[in-house]
Design a protein around this ligand. Structure first.
Ligand SMILES: Nc1ncnc2c1ncn2[C@@H]1O[C@H](COP(=O)(O)OP(=O)(O)OP(=O)(O)O)[C@@H](O)[C@H]1O
Ligand SMILES: [Mg+2]
Length: 237
């Protein structure tokens, strides 16, 4: 059974379709890529999955249960985490305090939370910056911090929107390693939007391609990448 399924979802903005019957199926334990030209509807699809936007039509299932248009906090509590195209970091808070934000509404002790936060900061090579403010770290480090903060809530699946955009090559490698590690050692599933095709090809065995709000291909990355309709969609833009 697929862990996350999007079936024929529609979303318009001012009469213009951003999602025009999009579908996607993510298997448990996979690192699944989403690619497509600018404006294809990739971010909008994430926003509909976690109910930042309302789906006008279609269904979204998580572990076989319908979650379409449920409250965003409920979706998060069910185990769907999210990072953003522009990393959302609390600039005036230390990295450690940033990490502790997701545990506030949860019933784990501060000590347990701090232990977990330190383990995750260590994984991202950010431990030495734990007392720095969010504003003091680089854009790439912000992406890493946001990613690690998302892991504090222990999601089953993480939706990652452009994790590599504006990140230097060394940190991209680190992000890739961490994603593999979390996938292998903690069985995390990832759904990852990216324009960085070499990184996507390294990480993702499966791909979904969106163009103009529609799914134009889905399947094994190597096959999908060479699909004529996919090449067409990119060259056409
Ligand atoms: N809040 C909004 N209001 C109006 N139009 C929007 C809004 N969000 C997205 N759109 C439009 O919906 C379409 C899809 O946008 P979306 O951001 O999902 O694309 P994308 O595939 O993530 O693109 P990119 O690769 O550039 O990030 C675009 O035409 C965009 O202008
Ligand atoms: Mg986007």
């Amino acid at each position: 059974m697929a862990l996350l399924e999007v079936h024929d979802v529609f979303k318009h903005f001012g009469g213009i379709p951003a999602l025009d019957g999009v579908s996607l199926s993510v298997e448990e334990g996979k690192i699944h890529g989403v690619i497509g030209p600018n404006g294809a509807g990739k971010t909008t699809m994430f926003n509909v999955i976690n109910s930042v936007y309302t789906a006008e039509k279609g269904t979204i299932l998580f572990k076989g249960r319908e979650i379409t248009n449920s409250k965003p906090y409920k979706i998060a509590h069910m185990g769907i985490g999210r990072t953003f195209q522009v990393a959302r970091v609390f600039n005036e808070m230390t990295l450690m305090d940033n990490m502790m934000v997701p545990i506030i509404p949860r019933r784990i002790s501060k000590r347990e939370g701090e232990k977990k936060a330190l383990e995750l900061l260590e994984m991202a090579d950010l431990t030495h910056l734990r007392d720095q403010l969010g504003v003091e770290i680089s854009g790439g480090q912000k992406k890493l911090l946001e990613f690690m903060r998302t892991m504090m809530a222990d999601p089953e699946v993480v939706l990652m929107d452009e994790p590599f955009a504006g990140v230097n090559p060394a940190l991209i490698e680190r992000l890739i390693e961490i994603t593999f590690e979390l996938n292998k050692t903690r069985s995390k599933t990832f759904l990852l939007i990216s324009h960085d095709i070499p990184s996507v090809m390294k990480l993702c065995k499966n791909l979904t391609v969106l163009s103009a709000g529609k799914t134009i291909a889905e399947g094994e990355s190597e096959k999908v990448r060479h699909d004529p309709s996919v090449i067409d969609a990119y060259l056409g833009h």
